[in-house]
Design a protein around this ligand. Structure first.
Ligand SMILES: Nc1ncnc2c1ncn2[C@@H]1O[C@H](COP(=O)(O)OP(=O)(O)O)[C@@H](O)[C@H]1O
Ligand SMILES: [Mg+2]
Length: 357
């Protein structure tokens, strides 16, 4: 059987650059080498693109950047190339056709529709959500509005632009307190990830602090009712008939699931399945599939929820269109739990990319 040419793009100009590298390393380690020719495309934090032809084990730690054999390369938006344009170093360019691309990118400049837009122009099939759904899920205000309109329960929320807050802070605060009614509240930049710029406010002063912090990441600011309860996640795989995994629970060791808890102290615990009643799990799986459809997702996504303590209310938090893919990440773990191991998961994702219309 002819091998399929796969481009794996990782890194990128994003606060989640390091996570992307770790995800890409796990995919490289687990992909079936007998089925695919792999072309690794690393994007630095400065936004330079390189094709890497050796040191495949040095992606995760970032040492690939020191390899002198790397070559400048980029994906052409010109759909007649359908692939990579590589600078051979002698003023000439060679082209490499790609059958599929896996954009293993988290956050801005990769999970937000920008890379997906380029790949759509290039007409190379790619793994994961398309431009519109990636962009809509990246913007938490857009997600909240679309889901609420479709009857999916969310924590109460308000949003405004930081420049309007600067002009009239009092009105923004009053309106927010009127809608959300009680503290604690969570303040988030509409477009960010990995908890960067997210904070919890127990009173008005902390709310103002939180707004200023979020404004450093994005002009669009989201404020939500703080939910006390469990954080649970459901993995979705597929195009027209998406499959929902079982529900997993993440128990942060401290306060909330901030950047530190996610990637630095690694002390958060995962429970698979989540410690919630079966009927609540079923409800979550159904809502996750509905949300996936409402947002126009395809390929994969991880849908995150809160289950409120005391009431068992199920509230959707956010949708990650390219969730973490490391060996310890929730998405591959949930898939494994329903019988799809890592190499199979990659095969299936590639098939869904090739099948998507
Ligand atoms: N409305 C909320 N109520 C309670 N905790 C929240 C709320 N929103 C966010 N959090 C906490 O903050 C973390 C990060 O927020 P999230 O919206 O998931 O942003 P990110 O895209 O950065 O992961 C969540 O995992 C959760 O621990
Ligand atoms: Mg999150």
């Amino acid at each position: 059987m002819k091998k399929i040419n796969i481009g794996i793009i990782f890194g990128g100009k994003s606060s989640e650059h390091e996570v992307s590298r770790t995800s890409a390393q796990a995919i490289i380690n687990n992909i079936r080498k007998d089925k695919y020719n792999i072309y690794l495309i690393g994007i630095t934090k400065q936004g330079e693109w390189f094709l890497i032809t050796e040191d495949y084990d040095k992606i995760g730690n970032g040492d690939w950047e020191n390899n002198s054999s790397k070559k400048s390369a980029f994906i052409s938006p010109d759909s007649s190339f359908k692939g990579l344009i590589v600078d051979d170093g002698n003023g000439k360019f060679e082209t490499i056709r790609l059958d599929v691309v896996i954009p293993v990118l988290h956050g801005k400049n990769g999970e937000d529709g920008t890379m997906q837009g380029l790949l759509e122009l290039s007409q190379i099939p790619f793994v994961g959500c398309d431009t519109t759904s990636s962009a809509a899920c990246m913007d938490k205000v857009v997600t909240n509005c679309m889901l609420s309109y479709s009857g999916i329960s969310k924590p109460a929320f308000n949003w405004f632009y930081s420049y309007d807050f600067e002009k009239n802070a009092e009105e923004c605060i009053k309106e927010t307190e009127k809608i959300i009614k009680k503290y604690p509240m969570f303040i988030k930049p509409a477009n960010a990830g990995s908890s960067v710029g997210v904070s919890k406010a127990n009173n008005r002063e902390e709310l103002i602090e939180g707004i200023k912090k979020a404004a450093k990441e994005d002009q669009k600011i989201l404020i939500e009712e703080g939910i006390t309860g469990k954080e649970v996640e459901c993995a979705i795989l597929g195009n027209e008939n998406p499959v929902a995994s079982c529900v997993g629970e993440i128990a942060p060791s401290s306060g909330f699931y901030d950047y530190e808890a996610k990637y630095i102290n690694d002390s958060s615990k995962l429970f698979i399945p989540a410690r919630i009643p079966d009927n609540i799990s079923e409800e979550i799986r159904k809502i996750a599939v509905l949300a996936y459809k409402v947002m126009g997702c395809s390929g994969l996504s991880r849908v995150d929820f809160f289950v409120e303590e005391g009431t068992n209310r199920v509230l959707l938090n956010e949708i990650n269109t390219f969730p973490g893919f490391t060996n310890i990440s929730m998405y591959p773990k949930l898939m494994k739990e329903i019988g799809v191991d890592f190499p199979d998961l990659i095969d299936q994702l590639i098939n869904f990319a090739l099948q998507r219309k």
